[in-house]
Design a protein around this ligand. Structure first.
Ligand code: NAP
Length: 247
């Protein structure tokens, strides 16, 4: 049986809230059996799984810190044991800690490297070993790679690295009909973006794109769903900036 005839299985990292939760919900609605990965917020992840199941979809929650390679391997094994294989991996888990480079403490730098860069690499490495033929990998970058605003140095660096890995892995998976792409959101209305920002800054950033609003998690989920679904089949090794035109 080809993978298109099987029930397709997607792992979405960092899916307990925000953009990841919207991606998991959207992929489940598109027919994917969905693994909802999270690090700490078990109740939110369970609530999302229950919502997906109530809507007729299939979902499983799995706690794993993506910066831990053994935990990532266990998550793939759990998905394979439950559903027979993995077709789509969305590397969405991420953190954002802002500071000018001159003031960036080691902990701020190291935590973002561990989760955003090494976590994404851990997932890509495992996906490269285990994804079924015809699979899809979608990595979450950020439009700050293009905007390069002050204060975003370490965070933007981890996302630039994720974009580099996207291009390299797309080439390394030649011959398996697996695409590797990145989606790079602009300012999107989630806790990661909103927490700690004065309303004036939020309003200013909301007006910065020609479309004059913040992105919603569902806007980003739509771009990911395109790349994960049949219409995205010919797009490979690309970075899609989903940001209302801010850069
Ligand atoms: P968010 O609301 O803070 O959600 C982050 C998610 O990542 C949570 O589900 C969290 O799980 C999970 N997570 C954090 N550390 C993890 C780890 N070590 N292992 C596994 N999961 C972990 O953030 P968001 O705004 O939705 O961002 C999602 C992605 O989009 C990130 O990669 C971010 O860099 C990117 N992005 C966001 C924006 C924006 O404006 N919001 C713009 C560009 C790019 P727990 O809740 O269980 O801890």
């Amino acid at each position: 049986m080809s993978s298109s005839e099987q029930n397709r299985v997607a792992i979405v990292t960092g899916a307990s809230r925000g953009i990841g939760a919207a991606i998991a919900e959207r992929l489940a609605r598109d027919g994917f059996t969905t693994v909802i990965n999270y690090a700490g917020r078990a109740a939110e992840a369970e609530a999302l799984a229950a919502k997906i199941e109530a809507a007729g979809g299939h979902a499983l929650t799995h706690r794993a810190d993506v910066s831990d390679p053994a935990a990532v391997a266990r998550m793939f094994a759990a998905a394979e044991a439950a559903f027979g294989g993995v077709d789509v991996v969305v590397n969405n888990a991420g953190i954002m800690r802002l500071a000018p480079i001159a003031e960036a403490e080691d902990a701020l730098v190291d935590s973002q490297l561990a989760i955003n860069l090494k976590g994404s690499l851990n997932m890509m490495r495992e996906a490269a070993r285990r994804l079924r033929e015809g699979g899809r990998i979608v990595n979450l970058s950020s439009s700050v790679v293009g905007l390069t605003p002050p204060g975003y140095g370490p965070y933007a660096a981890t996302k630039a690295a994720v974009e580099a890995l996207t291009h390299v892995l797309a080439k390394e998976l030649r011959g398996r009909r697996i695409t590797v792409n990145a989606v790079a959101p602009g300012p999107t209305a989630t806790a990661l973006f909103l927490d700690g920002k004065p309303q004036a800054v939020i309003d200013q950033l909301a007006k910065a794109a020609p479309l004059e609003r913040l992105g919603q998690p569902e806007d980003i989920a739509a771009a990911v769903a395109f790349l994960a679904g049949p219409d995205g089949a010919w797009v490979n090794g690309q970075v899609l900036r989903a940001n209302g035109g801010i850069v």
